[in-house]
Design a protein around this ligand. Structure first.
Ligand SMILES: NC(=O)c1ccc[n+]([C@@H]2O[C@H](COP(=O)([O-])OP(=O)(O)OC[C@H]3O[C@@H](n4cnc5c(N)ncnc54)[C@H](O)[C@@H]3O)[C@@H](O)[C@H]2O)c1
Length: 260
């Protein structure tokens, strides 16, 4: 018997088989759950996500959505509802900031629009998606929403810059959503993942040092693997976390507890 037997949901953010979202979906299937996938529009993106999802499940269900568009978000949840009669979990694993501003010494220079874009795609979209997921989740008494955060929300990680601000906003958004939607049986949490080499993380300057630091100094003396985060996502999607909401769970092999 799997922890997620009978549970179905939506995973947003599989770009390829290195994405955190891919590892989450893989563990969801390994524990008996099923999911649909949403990717950014475009044939190339569709092919990339399809290829990655096919490594997990035959004939994956894919939808496209630019999370920066309300019309796209509406269409995503409408299309999902046409094909599914329930949503037990929603995985938000997307982020965006123009890489020009993710360089050392560039934070103060971040232009207004670049700053707002980072907050919009990386943080606001969690509220926007959760609001659209709510009626679907309530059909079956509630559900579990989770998003991906990073340590740069709390402490300065040089080069992470405006993305750190967006992650602080994401974590606060999580708490406000959790407080408001708990009465509907909807739990909302973030997973703060350790550094993983992905398309998104390659946009941040200085990540090689982060990887080295984790390998040498993390309490577990290794870097975080996608499956570490995937297994925590299974916990959050399952009834094992029935009393957990509004939390930020570190899955970083302990890096965040270190002082220096
Ligand atoms: N890789 C890491 O070290 C790390 C650590 C902690 C947290 N995270 C977070 O994990 C999440 C996933 O990132 P990842 O590292 O797996 O990288 P990734 O590049 O594989 O995934 C990022 C996803 O965001 C999607 N995206 C960007 N803009 C979008 C938009 N407008 N509409 C819809 N989708 C959009 C991309 O298409 C991609 O699928 C992000 O929130 C990231 O900040 C990553």
């Amino acid at each position: 018997m799997g922890l997620l037997d009978g549970k179905v949901g939506l995973v947003v953010g599989v770009a390829n088989d290195r994405s955190y979202a891919w590892h989450i979906a893989k563990e969801i299937y390994a524990h008996g759950g099923t999911c649909a996938f949403a990717h950014i529009p475009g044939d190339k993106n569709a092919r990339r996500t399809q290829k990655a999802a096919e490594k997990i499940v035959d004939n994956p269900v894919l939808y496209e959505c630019d999370a920066g568009s309300d019309e796209n978000l509406d269409a995503l949840f409408e299309n999902y509802e046409k094909d599914h009669d329930r949503m037990d979990f929603l995985v938000h694993s997307i982020a965006y900031a123009d890489r020009e501003w993710l360089q050392m010494g560039m934070f103060a220079k971040t232009p207004r629009q670049a700053y707002l874009d980072a907050i919009d795609i990386s943080s606001y979209t969690l509220a926007a998606m959760t609001n659209r997921a709510k009626p679907l989740m309530m059909k079956n008494g509630g559900g579990s929403v989770m998003a991906m955060s990073y340590y740069g929300s709390e402490k300065v990680v040089l080069g992470y810059n405006v993305m750190g601000v967006a992650k602080a906003c994401l974590e606060a958004t999580t708490r406000y959503l959790a407080a408001e939607l708990g009465q509907d049986g909807i739990r909302v949490n973030t997973i703060s993942g350790g550094y993983l080499r992905t398309l998104a993380s390659s946009a941040v300057a200085g990540t090689n040092e982060l990887e080295e630091l984790a390998a040498q100094k993390a309490p577990l003396r290794r870097t975080t693997e996608g499956s570490d985060v995937g297994k925590t996502a299974v916990y959050l999607a399952s009834d094992l976390s029935s009393g957990v909401t509004g939390e930020n769970i570190y899955v970083d092999c302990g890096v965040n507890i270190l002082g220096a």
